[in-house]
Design a protein around this ligand. Structure first.
Ligand code: ADP
Ligand code: MG
Length: 243
């Protein structure tokens, strides 16, 4: 399988905190790769490094076979086909749901085509009935979907989803998993960060585990969750949180 993304020996520290250390992994074209690990293990930092929000101290990001220069801006990385959601979503609150998506398509398409495409994406992301609301009127969960819809409007080939399912009830979770699968069916490779392990097992082909900024384990999701070192990482974290 051709690799769409490779990270090699990626490291970054913040004032002595080793947020990500010597991390290497790759994602094949068309894959849904899970990225899991306890709170603070470096998942969001990894996304920020790949997307260009943070610049690594060491290591390399390779996208579609091309090394991504540290100098390449977030916008240029997006033009290459990278998309990412934020753990805390940030759509434009005073714009309507529709305009949030439409305005992105309008950068590339004429008014009519942008409208058609915005309608499709809003339908796909189950936001069509809420099109007329201001983004600020949405629940936090729906704002995450709008954030994702805005990412899809940039027509990416690779999307990093950072805990887009937090706060959903079981029924909403199921339809959201269908949404993730549908995005993948359209040929988009996905890096899927999620706290709810059932979601990871359900949609991912493979999962990578981080612990304290380092690679801990990799495998088929169900097997990963049964691995003693992975269980210990999660339980150990809970124990220290209680102390
Ligand atoms: P996760 O997403 O796995 O919960 P993060 O990647 O958000 O973890 O954080 C990993 C570590 O890096 C944490 O200790 C966090 O406090 C630290 N960190 C992340 N971003 C910054 C930043 N901009 N400044 C300082 N510390 C940061
Ligand atoms: Mg995070």
């Amino acid at each position: 399988m051709a690799k769409i993304l490779e990270v090699k020996d990626l490291s970054i520290s913040f004032a002595g905190i080793k947020a990500v250390q010597h991390l290497s992994f790759s994602i094949g074209q068309g894959e849904i790769l899970g990225l899991i690990g306890p709170n603070g293990s470096g998942k969001s930092t990894t996304v920020n490094l790949i997307a260009g929000n943070y610049l690594q101290d060491e290591g390399e990001v390779i996208f579609n076979g091309q090394p991504v220069s540290k100098k390449l801006s977030i916008a240029r990385r997006s033009h290459l086909g990278m998309g990412r959601t934020f753990q805390t979503p940030r759509p434009f609150g005073n714009l309507s749901v529709y305009d949030n998506v439409f305005s992105i398509f309008l950068q590339k398409y004429n008014f009519k085509d942008a409208g058609v495409k915005a309608g499709e994406i809003l339908e796909l992301s189950q936001l069509a009935p809420l099109s007329g609301l201001a983004a600020s009127q949405l629940s936090i969960e729906k704002r995450k979907w709008l954030d994702l819809a805005r990412v899809l409007a940039t027509e990416p080939v690779f999307v990093m989803m950072d805990e887009v399912m937090a706060g959903l009830n079981p029924q909403e979770m199921l339809s959201s998993l269908d949404f993730v699968r549908e995005i993948n069916k359209r040929g988009i490779t996905i890096l899927f960060i999620e706290h709810v392990m059932q979601a990871v097992v359900s949609v991912c082909n493979r999962a990578i585990v981080l612990n304290e900024g380092r690679f801990l384990y990799e495998g088929e999701p169900r097997e990963v969750l049964e691995n003693p070192s992975v269980i210990e990482a999660y339980i150990g974290r809970k124990r220290s949180a209680k102390n």
